[in-house]
Ligand binder design. Structure first.
Ligand code: PLP
Length: 370
């Protein structure tokens, strides 16, 4: 199987998993237990926290709260919108977008910034929605459907200049360990997820600037300094730290991955429309076949040994992607034919070329049939 759906989830890093499983097998105690085993489990978890923190942040300025997934980290961040209005973009993952739709019931006006033609958000369009009543701004770092990248440092700086009191959050799930980035002091909250970088499903984290006040959405035993109750997923946390450490090292291959993406596009360009911008995440190439439905091609390809994604989690209610529709430049036929190819550091050139040829063949075969 040629696996090219890494934006959906990555294959677990075997070395990280076996290292984490061994430690967890020996130190399975509850990290809140007040005896030696508990202290040992707690120490392992704190070492993992430090390691993850240092990947993109200055530990003097930021801390990190473990969550059950990227979705929970996003929900926690958005819950900090209070009264007034909160600003986000039309290109957010559902974890942020749907949370914004819930804000109205809490008396907060949600505002959605339109996308530029390349799927990113322009600073002018975003700033036009920010005013003195804005309590939170949330902008995705790398879009999961197009790979479009937002300049989070510049956007956060501009937003804070206009309204220094509002909280700036970014969903970094598709960017963490994949794009060169250090958290600037203007970003208050930043969400990440383990299973996008070789870790296990079921662990995420929220980076928090230490001076940014945060309120929990889960209440109970007061773990994570009272910010996220629930016994910590120690295995998932250890595995996340080891996987991220390996993934960051492999991410030095970003240039190579960008070359793979362009190699694939060279093979697809006659039969597909390119949706991903050239300066987007090297890990994502989203294309549309105007002759065939994306999910049909996806199944044909899976049967031929290639796993790729489509533009959205297709449902009968929402057959085309909300995000791609919001870009405003694609007609219905294009939106229905979307495929998302997403690479990992393990993807080889040979696999890329083979997958691209199979994609082209499937598109041509489908075209002949209809
Ligand atoms: N945000 C983005 C940009 C994503 O791509 C995803 C997952 O696809 C999430 C949030 C949600 O992460 P999780 O699957 O860990 O809940």
């Amino acid at each position: 199987m040629i696996y090219l759906d890494n934006a959906a989830t990555t294959k677990p890093d075997a070395a990280a998993l076996s290292r984490a499983a061994q430690l967890y097998g020996e130190t399975y105690f509850n990290p809140s237990a007040r005896y030696g085993g508990g202290f040992a489990a707690h120490k392992l978890m704190e070492d993992a926290r430090q390691s993850l923190l240092c990947t993109i942040a200055d530990p003097a300025l930021f801390d990190l709260i473990f969550t059950s997934c990227g979705t929970e980290a996003d929900n926690t961040a958005v819950s900090m919108a209070k009264r007034g209005n909160a600003v986000t973009t039309a290109g957010e993952h559902a974890a942020v977008y749907e949370s914004f739709l819930q804000l109205r019931a809490r008396g907060v006006e949600p505002r959605f910034c339109p996308l530029s033609e390349d799927g990113s958000v322009s600073p002018e369009a975003l700033l036009a929605l920010v005013d003195e009543k804005t309590t939170l701004v949330s902008v995705v770092h790398a879009n999961n459907e197009t790979g479009a990248v937002n300049d989070i440092a510049a956007l956060a700086r501009a937003v804070k200049k206009k309204n220094p009191r509002c909280i700036f959050h970014s969903d970094g799930v598709q960017a963490f360990c994949k794009l060169p980035f250090r958290l600037p002091a203007e970003v208050d909250l930043y969400s990440v997820s383990a299973h996008k970088v070789g870790g296990l499903k079921g662990t995420g984290a929220l980076f928090r600037r230490k001076t940014c006040s945060l309120q929990p959405i889960l209440f109970g035993g007061g773990q994570e300094n009272g910010l996220r109750s629930g016994t910590e997923n120690v295995l998932g946390i250890l595995d996340f730290a080891f996987a991220a450490e390996n993934f960051s090292r492999l991410a030095e291959e970003t240039e190579r991955i960008a070359c793979l993406r362009e190699k694939m596009w060279a093979i697809l360009s006659e039969d597909f429309v390119r949706i991903s911008p050239m300066d987007g995440s090297p890990y994502i190439l989203t294309v549309a076949c105007r002759a065939a439905r994306g999910e049909v091609l996806q199944r044909m390809l899976f049967d031929r040994g290639v796993a790729v994604g489509t533009g959205s989690a297709c449902s009968s209610k929402k057959p085309v992607s909300r995000v791609l529709e919001a870009i405003g430049r694609y007609d219905r036929t294009t939106l229905e034919g979307v495929l998302r190819v997403s690479f990992s550091a393990e993807t080889s050139e040979e696999e890329t070329v083979q997958a691209a040829e199979l994609m082209r063949e499937a598109a041509r075969e489908y075209r002949k049939k209809v």
